[in-house]
Design a protein. Sequence first.
Length: 482
Amino acid sequence: MSQKNYASFNQRFVASLIDGVIFLLVVYLILGKPEINENTSDELQQIKYFVFIVLNTVLNWLYFAILESSQIQGTLGKKIVGISVTDLRGNKISFGKATARYFGKSFFFVIWIAATIVAVMGQATGSTDSPYFILAGILFILGLILLVIGYLMAAFTPEKQALHDIMARCLVGRASGQPRVTPWKSLGALAIAAFFSGKILAIIPEAPNGLNSDTTSSTTPTETSLTPTPGDIRPPNPSTEGNRIFGLLIEPDDRLKETFKGVWKLSYSVGLVVHESQLSMTGPSGVMLTQFFDRESNQTKTILQKIELSSSAKGLVLLGSNPTNLDSGETDSTYSADNFRVAQRPDGTFEFRNYSLSEDGSIFESPVEAEFSGYPKLGIQMAELTPEVKEQLNTEIGSNVITEERGVLVLEVLDDSPAEKANMKPGDVLQEVENRTVTSPSQVQEIVQSSYLFLPIEIQLNRSGENMNLSLQPECCMTLEE
């Protein structure tokens, strides 16, 4: 083939554009448009999208390989601009050689897959400056260079060959003098492949109603601001709700509800910003106070969120909702509610990972440093008020100061504790805590340990015959041994 018979770079570029338009139209008619947006985290959607990509790749390969090895020796785009594919002697190529030529175009993609694997390895280290990320970047750039140069080679090589032509030992030339024929067998094979591809994709069911894009996610901030009162803090039952990150949610069993009861100190990064949080769980629900430096306002922000314990196909999860800026007392529309996946290590400790959903639907994942701090405390020492204790104390005091028959006696109030700040005094008799009658210290401890660290506890007590109501905000923290 003489120099003037080689296809020009411009001819090949126009042919590629025509083939792209033709193929996109055919795929749209046969396979339809993949309904993939913010729900790509749902398993059925992920499977369907993966199958769509595989079928799309197979059809694209068959389109090029079958037509370029057929009698017309080129795709529809190539025939329109008048060029064809031949071997080095100018003869029709085989289906195998056409296949090698097609996959030679995607050699850069293999390097990008390697870059992705290396980047995942870097993310697993939990370090933002891992050398894996540098290596992944280098591989990505190499793949990009290979992609660009591989195609541009058709403009400056002696025989106008792109990299994939050289790899498959093929030429692309002008198709002058070739007979005009219609490759009915080749087109029929492509039609059959497209038909069965559509049938395969149709087999996969759609996502259930609970997982579609209209489902209200428990991670989506609502317009209602969080009022820090115990009655408002419990999230709704998650058993029928879907979540854009973790999929379908179900209520965990009672054993798991008790697993995270207490206060946890969490530290994690969202981008370049470190978040320091205290998570206070009562079992199935909780609240989390988070502080971080907001670069837009150039000051520290404090966010209070509701937290809900659920189970999903991806394991146990803690879901944040309704993030409220404590400085303004209103829902913070710029803060994406935090979500955590929790797994148990072989030694019995727990590993947390944070997942944040941005406004554009992208998901940020980061490791979490988690430490169990203990349980909320009031800072008092108590004893059960029995008739014997009551008589002994009144005798020591010399008067009938303690008049209650039953309750929990406050023996000591620790310095600078929530109890002292609320003006609780030794000798007070606790009657009700959070509207529950108490008659033993263990009952009070159970209620306090099941309370929220950042929200007040209402206590009714008797002091020297006078009933009083106090509001105490528990502080962190008391261990089980204490």
